[in-house]
Design a protein around this ligand. Structure first.
Ligand code: MRU
Length: 365
């Protein structure tokens, strides 16, 4: 099944419950907006594109659960719920972006029924488009991989981080489908272990050989020549002007080449190591993850609960009152990125933000 979808029979959102992996592969039904918001916060559904679909379906859910006497009151209530959903996790741009996209469907609706129909239909289209896009990312990215080799990945940017197929792992799956003999080194990805709990499960299911390593072993693996490419996803790719970073491949004009890739905490460290060892560092993400509006310093990095470090699976791991810094993401400067793979092709920095700027139409405003 898809990672997240609309359950027509129960008229609510169905998702794979990723908090239960790897022990159990079960689904969870979010029947209400608070249940969806909780699911996003505890990472029952996670990964930027899957969060985008969650946001889109969330607006449809809000439209179906809201009772109001007038279209105006209905719209106000749906917008309030939409704001709560969009704010559930701040770093992945896809969440707020797809919430906004479905909210635009409310414009000009003459009845609550029409609004319910249109929001659900738009959310389903967003989910379908994600799968299509990931296939394209996979095809483009696979061109970068040779006939055999080892890809290191961090966190999980696979089928379970998207509606289906994945971005970074989509590249691996497409290469695998083409007959390339690719195996994967999966970083465990402390503290929530998306690498060990999710990436390994996905890869094994698809018969892609995978070896799990603790995050701290990535340098040793690179030193020993065990890695041919590092391929990761992204929660937000910021392209900005200014002099924030000097692109490794020469500077472009008009601020081209500046920016950073926000992805799971630790990505930056692996990018630095890849640079040290001359290993290509590849980011695979759809255009909907690219942000040409904010600068890297303006992006909010989500801070997670200290309990994620003070305890491991309910067992004490540190003094209960120890001070904790637990950021969920870090920015990797664009100068460390060798390739950005999107649904429209492979880009080499310096990236020209004009290739990624959203065309503003009355419908998209
Ligand atoms: O905290 P998570 O598990 O939502 O973090 C996910 C990641 O960092 C992924 O690499 C990113 O969202 C890209 S998913 C295709």
């Amino acid at each position: 099944m898809r990672t997240i979808d609309w359950d027509n029979d129960r008229d609510c959102i169905e998702m794979v419950d990723q908090t239960k992996l790897p022990a159990e592969y079960t689904t969870y039904h979010a029947e209400t907006v608070p249940e969806l918001v909780e699911s996003i916060e505890i990472l029952r559904v996670r990964g930027a594109p899957a969060l985008g679909a969650a946001g889109a379906f969330g607006v449809a859910l809000a439209a179906r659960r809201t009772d109001a006497d007038t279209v105006e009151a209905f719209e106000e209530a749906v917008r309030e719920d939409a704001g709560t959903i969009a704010g559930a996790r701040p770093t992945a741009v896809n969440l707020s972006r797809e919430v906004e996209a479905v909210l635009r469907e409310l414009r000009g609706c003459r009845s609550v029924e029409e609004a319910r129909r249109r929001t659900l239909s738009a959310a389903k289209d967003i989910a379908d488009a994600d799968v299509e896009r990931n296939r394209q990312i996979g095809e483009h990215g696979a061109e970068l991989l040779s006939a055999d080799g080892t890809v290191m990945t961090h966190c999980n940017a696979g089928a379970l981080a998207t509606v289906d197929w994945g971005t970074a792992l989509g590249v691996v799956y497409s290469a695998h489908e083409q007959g390339k003999e690719i195996d994967v080194v999966a970083n465990e990805t402390r503290p929530l272990n998306q690498g060990s709990r999710i990436t390994t499960v996905e890869l094994q299911e698809r018969d892609v050989p995978v070896r799990l390593i603790p995050d701290n072993a990535s340098g040793l693996c690179m030193q020993r020549g065990m890695v041919d490419a590092v391929v990761v996803g992204a929660d937000r790719v910021v392209l900005e002007g200014g002099e924030a970073f000097t692109p490794r491949h020469g500077s472009g004009d008009d601020g081209a080449g500046q920016g950073a890739v926000f992805n799971k905490i630790g990505t930056y460290k692996h990018a630095v190591l890849a640079d040290r060892h001359d290993i290509p560092f590849v980011v695979a993400a759809p255009h909907s993850t690219v942000d040409t509006e904010l600068s890297a310093t303006e992006v909010e990095i989500e801070q997670r609960d200290p309990g994620e470090l003070r305890e491991i699976y309910g067992e004490q791991n540190a003094p209960a009152d120890v001070s904790v810094f637990n950021p969920a993401f870090d920015p990797t400067p664009m100068e460390l990125v060798d390739y950005l793979v999107t649904e429209t092709g492979v880009y080499e920095p310096p990236l020209d933000r004009r290739d990624f700027e959203r065309v503003s139409t009355p419908e998209s405003e």
